[in-house]
Ligand binder design. Sequence first.
Ligand code: NAD
Length: 338
Amino acid sequence: MLSAFARPTCAALRRSFSTSAQNNAKVAVLGASGGIGQPLSLLLKNSPLVSRLTLYDIAHTPGVAADLSHIETRATVKGYLGPEQLPDCLKGSDVVVIPAGVPRKPGMTRDDLFNTNATIVATLTAACAQHCPEAMICIIANPVNSTIPITAEVFKKHGVYNPNKIFGVTTLDIVRANTFVAELKGLDPARVSVPVIGGHAGKTIIPLISQCTPKVDFPQDQLATLVGRIQEAGTEVVKAKAGAGSATLSMAYAGARFVFSLVDAMNGKEGVVECSFVQSKETECPYFSTPLLLGKNGLEKNLGIGKISPFEEKMIAEAISELKASIKKGEDFVKNMK
Ligand SMILES: NC(=O)c1ccc[n+]([C@@H]2O[C@H](COP(=O)([O-])OP(=O)(O)OC[C@H]3O[C@@H](n4cnc5c(N)ncnc54)[C@H](O)[C@@H]3O)[C@@H](O)[C@H]2O)c1
């Protein structure tokens, strides 16, 4: 995974030029001028997997694109500004990543963002449904528990819905869980893997410490504190930034990790697994995050929840009603749109 971030050597770059069918992902970032959008675009520009980067926002994209385009990697970069340029940004895209929308300020929940971000996500995904209906859609904009049902309903309205291609990016929860477990156990975080299931807000974030590799054990009180920290890690950053926004750099890392996994799988790499919030039959919630096997056409196989502890079972039971309400809120928003 980490190798995807490493500066490609000349030999690696030559290899990627010579295998023309591979490593040619065309990626669009919507909200590319923002706190997440800029570092995410930098990481994508630095990857040999990406051959075209199209950057859309309602502000500053000419500057962001000019700046990134001077980096000595082969991905072409072009900026698109304002709604009339959005179709050209999207046409031909294989993957669209959407970090557009307002972030939290101290004291806000992710659901407090609903009113603003629901409209932004519905508008942007409607354009995706029209101009790149086959692309993989990766939604970062919060509240993810509602913005994924919004995206699904918008694609259904346009008659182009494919549940295997719409992903809520929850990777930051996994990244945080790996880091915090590694800190507590004195491990290398790059070698720790904790599945995080459920949704992406407070109690709906359910780390499965019992499935961690390598296997780790914690006394119950330390386990409860660890789980609480993972669930509230976003709020930890919001408080530390004191009004200047929410996680951006770690989110850019997590977003890039998810896109690279997806592109690797689209290129035929086998055994690529990431957790993501998707349409699901694993619980009574119509959308739920679990480990997913990714493939050429997106979600290939839902690997399900697996064997979990009674503590984790209780967390799932406690998350279901909040998740269902957030999902319904997203679905109703699109159904009530004119
Ligand atoms: N999924 C996660 O784990 C996760 C983690 C952190 C933040 N987030 C969410 O990501 C979103 C972005 O956060 P940020 O810190 O980058 O915010 P930001 O305010 O720094 O950037 C948002 C960008 O979106 C742009 N934008 C606004 N309306 C738009 C529109 N209609 N079309 C295109 N672009 C538009 C803005 O111009 C801005 O450049 C927020 O909703 C935040 O809650 C998600």
